[in-house]
Design a protein around this ligand. Structure first.
Ligand SMILES: [Cu+2]
Length: 352
């Protein structure tokens, strides 16, 4: 109620001020003051000059900043499609940038040049079909080309990955990332949200034989250089978004709707460190969806290694079942033997 009264009060005050201004103006008109030629108004000239000054100062400042800081906003590229993505970005930037600069110069310069003068009369120029066709058709063609090449690049990386791609499951949860590898059989086992518990974070389904040798990479994601890598992306709770800037990789992680993205890293972490002259450099996977209170902490290290180094690392990893033998109880009895072999638990069973 109090707010309503304040609101009405504000409206009344504004109305009173506007009425007073209107009355003053009418008084001036009655006195004949308003008839004075606007040509003599210095405010008009000052405004026109300010337009010109704004154009020159902001133009110079933007150019200086863009040129002097250019290297700082160009993140190094570390994937093959990243080169295509960046090229598309710069082509779009140049095409739209040139148009933007030309229109801004004309806009501000014309405001100055054609400032009001009583001696000048505006030209009545209702339409020009030829001109309209030109400025409709040319942008239509240019934009179609840009949109089409963008669509092509996007479908290349989200469509089916090459058969020899390394598959990694990337799962976002509040608040972190988990990576699951398919193990020796190269096939990720099924998962079911009803099977999720504090240890089996993925909800791995141990009635599926493909899951017996699946393993988690723990604290970091390891991928090989020069080989296609397919991310099978999912979310356990809310929307997250996979983001690795150097790979130009960005894809939403949607609960209940798996997404994917494949790419080929072309620089190892070591090579990148050398290129940047920064021995502490690391790739990180980030979340770019504001997904809750701990969103800021959704960061995990990504290590790119040479292909042979990767094979070696891969072979050394312990399947989930091997690390958590309790889960063997969830495997149907007729598949237990297979599970023991697939998970490399033979030796432990023998000991028992
Ligand atoms: Cu998130």
């Amino acid at each position: 109620m109090f707010e309503l009264l304040i609101g009405i009060g504000v409206v009344l005050v504004v109305a009173i001020i506007l009425t007073i201004l209107r009355i003053l103006r009418l008084v001036n008109v009655a006195r004949g003051v308003e008839k004075k030629s606007p040509d003599s108004s210095s405010a008009n000239k000052v405004n026109a000059l300010l337009f010109l000054l704004f154009l020159l100062i902001s133009g110079a400042a933007t150019t200086w900043y863009s040129v002097s800081r250019f290297d700082e906003y160009q993140l190094p590229i570390a994937s093959e499609h990243g080169i295509i993505t960046d090229r598309l970005f710069w082509i779009t930037m140049i095409v739209t940038g040139v148009v933007f600069i030309i229109t801004q110069i004309l806009l501000f310069y014309f405001s100055y040049k054609y400032q009001f003068k009583t001696s000048r009369k505006a030209l009545y120029y209702p339409d020009n079909s030829k001109l309209e066709v030109v400025w409709t058709v040319i942008p239509a063609i240019v934009l179609s080309i840009l949109v089409f090449s963008g669509w092509k690049a996007w479908s290349d990386i989200t469509n089916a990955a090459p058969d020899d791609a390394e598959v990694v499951e990337v799962m976002g949860y509040q608040f972190g990332w988990e990576f699951r590898y398919p193990g020796k059989d190269n096939e990720l086992g099924n998962h079911d949200f009803r099977l999720i518990d504090p240890v089996n974070m993925w909800g791995m389904d141990f009635t599926d034989r493909s899951s017996f040798d699946d393993f988690s990479s723990g604290t970091k994601l390891v991928i090989p250089k020069g080989k296609p890598v397919l991310f099978k992306i999912r979310a356990r709770d809310v929307l997250h978004s996979v983001f690795i800037p150097e790979f130009r990789l960005k894809q939403d992680a949607v609960p209940g709707m798996p997404t994917r993205f494949w790419f080929t890293p072309n620089k190892t972490t070591a090579e990148m460190r050398e290129e940047l002259g920064n021995p502490d450099f690391n790739y990180y996977i980030y979340c770019t969806e504001v997904c809750g209170r701990g969103h800021f902490s959704m960061r995990k290290m990504v290590e790119v290694v040479e292909a042979d180094e990767y094979e070696q690392w891969y072979a050394e990893q312990q399947p989930f079942l091997q690390k958590n033998p309790d889960y063997l109880a969830k495997v149907p009895s007729n598949m237990k033997e297979l599970a023991v072999v697939s998970a490399g638990m033979d030796s432990e069973v023998e000991e028992n």
